[in-house]
Design a protein around this ligand. Structure first.
Ligand code: SF4
Length: 357
């Protein structure tokens, strides 16, 4: 909605005219329909996303917030979350948001390197992110930070620095968006001219898999990894990290890293007794068999290479917590009885260094 900025990755100018912001009446109608449609309001929030909510004209912002008031509280939604820029949350605006029941504010930090912010025309500094984060927390809002990976000019050290600096600000939630290059953007031009070369998928997945583990260890909820599948976006993509299940790809990598670790520590028994191995059993938490198997069975295929072709059997256990995986080798003894050897239990979210998998 009339954003004056021109961030390198954003195609708001190219698509303005195609996408119409909803009117307050439409917003109210959508809230009403969602509640009638059976959405669990107590566990859902109303979200104003996809731009800089506090940078739109103030009357428009308050009209949107007014429109949702009848749908908050008892019998309605639990709160309102918004996303905005780090340089658009002065105290006066925060007071308005508080008055209208906003509970969570997410800031598009994107990078904590001032050089990268400048190269990508963000129009704010890393210090703006620090100050805005402190202000948001001191007003009692839940703080969310969004970072991008692979922006123009960003090095591996910059990515590392951005994640660490975000963690230091103690957000309640984070979103990580590996860069997607869209038609009609400055990044698109740089990409076409060959001046912008994206990191590899392997580097991106190594970084994001590691970030999942770090954020979990820090108690920060990673609520999104990868760009949302938005109507019409696929036709506008020139390059970059777009995948409808990016988070799963990163998490699968952690399972594979644990499998590799297990295979390496059981290389002797695998080579000496390979012919007697019936299968290798991977037991995981309920719902995680797909992550262990990998996208398109990729983990199964890679695991077969680590284990001289041994068959992998995956089973789910409801007494396992998320990310837990037990690996063991099943083989027949002389009497034909199946016995389990080499049992090892892993927490895949404590695995680091997945490069080259
Ligand atoms: S990313 Fe946000 S601040 Fe930047 S140009 Fe797009 S809408 Fe404006």
């Amino acid at each position: 909605m009339g954003c004056p900025n021109m961030c390198s990755f954003c195609d708001q100018r190219a698509i303005s005219g195609e996408v119409k912001p909803p009117t307050p009446e439409e917003i109210a109608e959508q809230c009403r329909e969602s509640l009638i449609g059976g959405i669990d309001g107590k566990n859902s929030e109303i979200a104003f996303f996809g731009g800089s909510f506090t940078a739109i004209p103030e009357e428009q912002m308050t009209a949107c917030l007014e429109a949702v008031q009848p749908y908050l509280g008892s019998g309605g939604f639990s709160g309102v979350r918004i996303s905005t820029r780090p340089d658009a949350v002065p105290d006066r605006i925060l007071a308005i948001l508080k008055k209208y029941g906003v509970t969570a504010i997410e800031l598009g930090a994107q990078s904590m390197s001032d050089r990268v912010l400048l190269l990508n025309r963000r129009g704010h500094t890393s210090q703006d992110v620090r100050e805005a984060s402190k202000c948001i927390k001191s007003h009692g809002f839940s703080l969310g930070l969004q970072m991008m990976y692979g922006l123009f000019g960003s090095t591996a050290e910059d990515e590392e620095h951005t994640l660490s600096e975000c963690i230091k600000l103690r957000p309640d939630t984070m979103r990580i968006y590996p860069t997607v290059v869209l038609e009609g953007t400055h990044l698109g031009e740089l990409y076409k001219s060959g001046s912008y070369i994206l990191p590899s998928w392997d580097d991106m997945l190594t970084f994001t898999a590691d970030a999942i583990c770090r954020l979990k260890a820090e108690g920060i909820n990673l609520i999104r990894l990868g760009l949302h599948a938005e109507k019409g976006i696929e036709e506008r993509i020139l390059s970059g990290f777009y995948h409808p299940a990016l988070r799963e790809l990163a998490e699968e990598r952690l399972y594979l890293a644990a499998m590799k670790r297990w295979a390496e520590s059981h290389v002797d028994i695998l080579t000496e007794q390979r012919s007697k191995v019936t299968y290798i059993l991977a037991e995981v938490s309920t719902g995680d068999a797909g992550l262990a198997a990998g996208h398109g069975r990729a983990n199964r295929k890679a695991f077969a290479e680590f284990t001289l072709g041994a068959r992998l059997r995956i089973s789910e256990r409801n007494d396992f917590s998320e990310g837990m995986m037990k690996l063991s080798l099943c083989m027949e003894d002389k009497s034909g009885t199946l016995k389990q050897l080499g049992e090892e239990v892993y927490n895949v979210f404590k695995i680091t260094g997945t490069s080259g998998l």
